[in-house]
Design a protein around this ligand. Sequence first.
Ligand code: 1GP
Length: 319
Amino acid sequence: MKNRSRSARPSFINVQPCLMHHCGVSCTRVFLFNISINVAGWRVRGLQLVHVSKSIIFEQLLGGDVNRVQEYIHGRLEEGPLHVTLIDPDRQDPERSALMVREAEKGGTHIILVGGTMGVDHPKLEDTLKAVSVATELPVIIFPASADVISGNADAILYISLMNSRNVNYVIREAARASVRIEELKIEPLSVGYIVVSPGALVGKVGDVDLIPRDDPSIAVEYALAAQMFGMDFVYLEGGSGVDEPIPGDIIQAVRSAVDIPVIVGGGIRTPGSARSTVLHGADMIVTGTLVESNADTTSSLREMIASMEEGWRERKWG
Ligand code: 1GP
């Protein structure tokens, strides 16, 4: 997922993971791809077994103008829920962040999100992104606190509208300010309708949020549907970092039933049981930050949590 470039752009390229191969897109060693490519007007098709690392495949075959991270996420979601590890560069130095990421990858996490609610300064974000990118093959995505902390050292960036903020800067102005820079850096934007549910913790305060009440799923549904109608890629239900309880299942379930786009849920998820319940109620992707920051054995905690998420997913799909 490193060194994304749009320069060598083929006229058409379509790569799908082979459904018969049990590893699918998650495998970093062997891929069986159905490749279709136009070369000088001729379409060449065929199955190819590629026995190299995932990043090389993506760089060599998908190096054009494609949504690599979106493809990765949607491919993974065919198989099960995704776990996302949030790294806040303000909480530790880049070397420690890289170590946490290595452990999280061993534990089975699928995506690394780097950012924080408070304005992380730009050098700190850059240093952390560089250290983290070297440490992992997983997609590294920026979670920006503002338009001032954007970097090309990542595979993608969450392109956020904090939909239930009272402050127009967080609803759209920061996104507008960031747009030209994102385009220049050629970093993949993942558009996100970010909806903060009570208690909201720091992001609720800093973002001047009109919090979604925990006992009224209908308001969350309105915002989530609005996000989908605006054409956004994801809905992100945020309870706030470090809160005692995750977002209530009723809210997640109502949102999941209302929209077709993937639903991301974060805030207060620290146990396998809460992760399982969050997925069972409809989360497609779970974000955890505090768990990785405060845990002595990240690898085994994440293994356990991801196994529980998969149980919740199976129960949701097949009862
Ligand atoms: C990301 O704010 C969350 O959505 C992270 O929350 O720190 O409670 O895991 P935790």
